[in-house]
Design a protein around this ligand. Structure first.
Ligand code: DLL
Length: 423
């Protein structure tokens, strides 16, 4: 599509979307009424900037299904990702949304160089996380042979990839390096694999990491981006030129704003990525603040695609961490600790990457009374904290108990996280 055609398509879809959410979602109707905006005021895509923003907090306030725009009977799938505290962020899909999702992921797979003769090994987690099932249906749509391995059990992953002749690997970039290392350690031989492309995302990664993956696996490593709230993986993806991620902008309209002033920034400026979903039925989102930092480039790509490209995401404007592909807010740890009487909410999280796998150590201050107890009691307590954290966050964290008042206090914002990872 030319830019004019794309804007015409976006305009039609935006007008329709605003009409739908105004009438079907009280939250959006109230927000628009507060600023005196009516659906008929939105005439084309240029009016997008007049509409209000939506945030993760809005999803939380309307937990679990309050922002859905169709009756529950029309929702055919639910996924979830981490919220800022105890409650997850819940997303719902109508049947049409699942079709859209398969379509955008299929486009991503094709732009990454995959086709119907490929054997696609999906090692993203299957379940509430959108990675596994998102890549799954998009890969089926292009007619490839899909292997739904899901995460974990590295030896088995390697064996299946080798024996089934997998040609495409889909997982987080750090796990692909972990697999490469395990392959060498376990005496598997690269030449016995048919892998040619990797489709990696769900966490930030650098050009250095790309080079390392490409050298070790002798494959082309492609970046795929997405977030559950917008649809899951498939919001954008690189092509063979690896020069920015093509945004599926006929479904998800991107804007870049200054995260502080909320002003829209000019093309090429780095800022926070905002998405409006113009075709989704289940959970349409108006100007959703992703908190991801990137830039947009509207120049057509060498591959011929005219879709706007976003640069590799280089960070976030909030404190969300991504650990082995799992999103983690420090506030989630805090709420687990606050629920336990033996600990204080004074903690320090140390994140590192050892052999390409993220590691987490949590130092927690224990109540003085408790600290005088026997070692076995302390061990029991640290196991209990570890268990509570794992069952709430879905992440294994190594817990180290420390005496009261040993974690440095700060006069300003408490420093809760030390991230030693070098991407
Ligand atoms: O991570 C969806 C996904 C699955 C994308 C598989 C790609 C592959 P969430 O769990 O909701 O969804 O996490 C979304 O992860 O806001 C970014 O901060 C980060 N993220 C996702 N992809 C990339 C990427 C999935 N390619 C959050 N580069 C987003 C950098 C990424 N960050």
């Amino acid at each position: 599509m030319s830019r004019d055609e794309m804007r015409a398509c976006q305009s039609r879809r935006l007008v329709d979307m605003v009409e739908r959410i105004y009438h079907n979602v009280p939250f959006y109707r109230n927000k628009m009424q507060e600023i005196g905006l009516h659906p008929e005021d939105i005439k084309d895509i240029n009016d997008l900037k007049r509409l209000p923003f939506t945030t993760k907090q809005d999803l939380r306030d309307n937990y679990p299904f309050g922002l859905f725009a169709v009756p529950q009977s029309e929702i055919v799938r639910v996924h979830a990702s981490s919220g800022t505290t105890g409650k997850p962020t819940v997303v719902g899909y109508s049947r049409k949304d699942l079709g859209t999702w398969s379509e955008v992921v299929a486009r991503c797979m094709v732009s990454a160089g995959a086709h119907k003769h490929d054997v696609i090994h999906i090692a993203y987690g299957y379940g509430l996380f959108t990675g596994g099932l998102g890549l799954h249906y998009g890969s089926e749509k292009i007619g490839a042979t899909v292997i739904p391995v899901s995460g974990g059990n590295t030896k088995r992953q390697l064996q299946i990839m080798r024996d089934f002749g997998s040609t495409v690997l889909a997982c987080t970039p750090s796990y692909s390096l972990f697999l490469a290392e395990a392959m060498e350690d376990d005496g598997f031989v690269r030449d016995n694999y048919k892998l040619r492309v990797g489709i990696f995302g769900a966490e930030p990664w650098t050009e250095n990491m790309r080079r390392e993956i490409e050298e070790r696996w002798k494959i082309k490593a492609i970046d795929i981006f997405g977030l559950s709230e917008v649809i899951g993986p498939g919001v954008s993806c690189e092509c063979e030129y690896q020069d920015g991620l093509h945004v599926e902008e006929d479904h998800f309209v991107p804007e870049i704003i200054d995260p502080v002033t909320l002003e829209i920034l000019p093309e090429g400026a780095k800022g926070e990525l905002v998405f409006t979903t113009i075709t989704k039925e289940g959970l349409p989102l108006l100007r959703y603040r992703t908190r991801d930092l990137t830039t947009l480039n509207y120049a057509p790509c060498k591959c011929g695609r005219t879709l706007v490209r976003m640069s590799k995401c280089a960070g976030r404007s909030d404190d969300m961490l991504i650990i082995r592909g799992v999103n983690l807010f420090p506030s989630q740890i805090e709420s687990v600790l606050l629920d336990m009487s033996e600990t204080h909410p004074h903690y320090l999280l140390i994140v590192d990457r050892v052999n390409n796998l993220d590691t987490l150590e949590l130092q927690v201050e224990v109540d003085q009374l408790f600290f005088q107890d026997r070692i076995s009691e302390l061990q029991r307590l640290s196991k209990k904290i570890q268990h509570n954290l794992e069952s709430t966050l879905g992440l294994a964290i190594n817990v180290k108990l420390v005496e009261p008042k040993t974690i440095e206090r700060s006069e300003g914002k408490a420093k809760r996280v030390i991230d030693k990872r070098k991407y």
